[in-house]
Design a protein around this ligand. Structure first.
Ligand code: NAD
Length: 511
């Protein structure tokens, strides 16, 4: 089998040269797409704006029906879509199906919960404004630009797209140049499921980074970005010019803590799955393990046992697929080299496990914490394992560094307390990655992992803006202080009320 490079994706091609989606295993062309210029992006935005009025005025009930129809259509097309994911991304078909299942659950959750999340909320007007009705409304932004990575080509875009649509926005989706065929397939499924809707409700903006930059500058009302922190910084600099709001979902370096009272077999199963499924190309994949010294030997042996027959390959019998993007091979190799130079032991082997874009599992045990394999996101099938003297040391090391996406802890008795001390957006206790499959749980990070949240209630709120409404119900004669000509009684009455509510309470020591 020839594993070829999707090298086309690395160049910022002129618009006349189409973007090639290629089979990651053979290099054969799967499809070709327009590299959209700024003016083509502008046309797409115009169509999305026009469709926004229709879509938002449909109301929650009709949008829910349209979204559920989309999920049904995706489910009916599962065979075609999962094989397309396999060819374009490289992951085994069963893993592609898992991705589809989770995507469908997120569509369903957004469809069914948007109305409740965005329901108008009455708040107390307070004593001074007792003659008012006060309420908080949520309204869609208009058009959302969603910019996606390649590692979960279906799920990464679907979760924010579903929330944005459910909230009443239209969406321009910029899939990764490495996953444009899958991104296009999910949009086509939406259109097939909803032939009566204008096309601008959900459209693909295809191209490389320059097309993404054009989308950011096009005048969309909000950007949801999922990708690397470097691209996030460039997008933020651009959004600063127009004060365009953003949600940033960036990389991670997630840690798993194994406490002395952990179920070692369960922790090893979780580290194997969390670190190596999808070839480690998971933003919330396990990249570092901190294991208490009292159970370290057992844990390392159990993990190595689970990995000794695991391998990268092109068939469904393989544990996971190749590195989807060839540049990842250099990153993984550099990190393994750095770990070895920093004294790491290699219970499964080292650089000999790198077979071009097929990389078999590599464990890096007890290296120095200050080398690239620990400080940078690897995004490959390697995990560092470090023995620690105490759980406190494990927590400090887990919290060190620039990222804070997810984290996990294995402990029979202390999981909640340890999880509460981890600086991250999502924590799993006695499992890994479970939060991704619970659509009601918000998802996002701290530090270089980004900010803002997708998924769950917060995810729907991200795609709606707040409007505060104060509505006068009746006049209280003489009590309106917000007039150029106040009644003589107004200010003395206000002073008395203020004195009673604040000065008097404080003198009596009332809090
Ligand atoms: P990337 O940053 O290279 O690209 C992401 C997207 O941004 C692509 O569609 C790309 O075309 C576009 N882009 C590139 N330059 C741009 C620019 N200047 N303006 C606008 N758009 C631009 O990331 P990637 O390699 O596709 O994905 C891997 C990264 O994504 C990893 O760091 C991973 O951890 C992260 N990721 C995060 C999450 C999360 O939810 N936090 C999920 C999946 C992946």
């Amino acid at each position: 089998m020839t594993v070829t490079d999707q090298g086309a994706a690395s160049k910022e091609a002129a618009s006349v040269v189409p973007l090639q989606s290629v089979d990651v295993f053979t290099g054969a062309e799967l499809a070709a797409f327009e590299v959209m210029t700024p003016s083509a992006v502008w046309d797409a935005l115009t169509a999305a704006r026009a469709a926004a009025t229709t879509w938002s005025s449909l109301g929650f009930g009709a949008r829910r029906t349209a979204l559920l129809a989309w999920a049904t259509e995706l489910s009916r097309s599962q065979e075609r879509i999962t094989h397309l994911i396999h060819r374009e991304n490289g992951k085994p078909v069963d893993d592609a199906f898992m991705e589809l299942v989770i995507s469908l659950e997120h569509i369903r959750w957004a469809a069914k919960n948007a109305a409740a999340v965005m329901r108008e909320r009455r708040v107390s007007p307070g004593v001074l404004m007792a003659n008012y009705r006060a309420s908080v409304r949520r309204e869609p932004f208009g058009v959302i630009g969603v910019i996606s990575p390649w590692n979960y080509p279906l799920f990464a875009p679907i979760a924010p797209v579903a929330s944005a649509l459910a909230a009443g926005n239209t969406v321009l989706l910029k899939p990764s140049e490495f996953s444009t065929a899958v991104g296009t397939a999910l949009v086509q499924a939406f259109r097939r499921a909803n032939p009566g809707l204008p096309e601008g409700v959900l459209s693909v903006v295809s191209g490389y980074g320059a097309t993404g930059a054009a989308l950011v500058e096009s005048g969309v009302d909000k950007i949801e970005f999922t990708g690397s922190p470097g691209t996030a910084r460039r997008i933020l600099a651009s959004c600063a010019q127009t004060l365009t709001p953003v949600v940033m979902e960036c990389g991670g370096k997630d840690a798993l803590i194994v406490a002395p009272d952990a179920d070692i077999d369960a922790a090893a199963d979780a580290a194997a799955w969390g670190g190596f499924s999808n070839g480690g190309q998971t933003c919330v994949g396990v990249e570092r393990v901190y294991v208490h010294e009292s159970v370290a030997d057992d844990f390392i042996a159990a993990l190595a046992r689970r990995l000794e027959n695991a391998y990268a390959g092109g068939f469904d019998t393989a544990t996971y697929g190749p590195m989807t993007v060839s540049s990842q091979v250099e990153v993984v190799s550099r990190h393994v080299q750095a770990a070895v130079e920093a004294g790491a032991q290699l219970p499964l082997g080292g650089l000999d496990r790198v077979r071009g874009r097929m990389i078999d599992p590599i464990l890096l045990v007890d290296g120095d914490e200050n080398n690239a394999s620990v400080t940078e996101e690897t995004f490959g099938p390697t995990v560092t394992v470090k023995r620690v003297r105490s759980v406190d040391e494990a927590i400090d090391l887990a919290n060190a560094g620039e990222f804070g996406l997810g984290a996990a802890v294995f402990s029979r008795s202390d999981g909640d307390r340890i999880a509460s001390r981890l600086t991250c957006g999502m924590a799993s206790i006695n499992s890994v990655l479970a939060f991704v499959s619970i659509p009601a749980l918000p998802f996002g990070g701290v530090g270089s992992s980004g900010y803002g949240r997708i998924h769950g209630e917060e995810g729907i709120r991200e795609f709606s803006r707040t409007k505060s409404v104060s509505s006068k119900r009746f006049d209280i004669p003489g009590m309106n202080g917000m007039l150029l000509s106040r009644a003589p009684v107004t200010m003395p009455a206000l002073r008395l009320i203020t004195h009673t509510r604040f000065a008097l309470r404080n003198r009596k020591g009332i809090r």
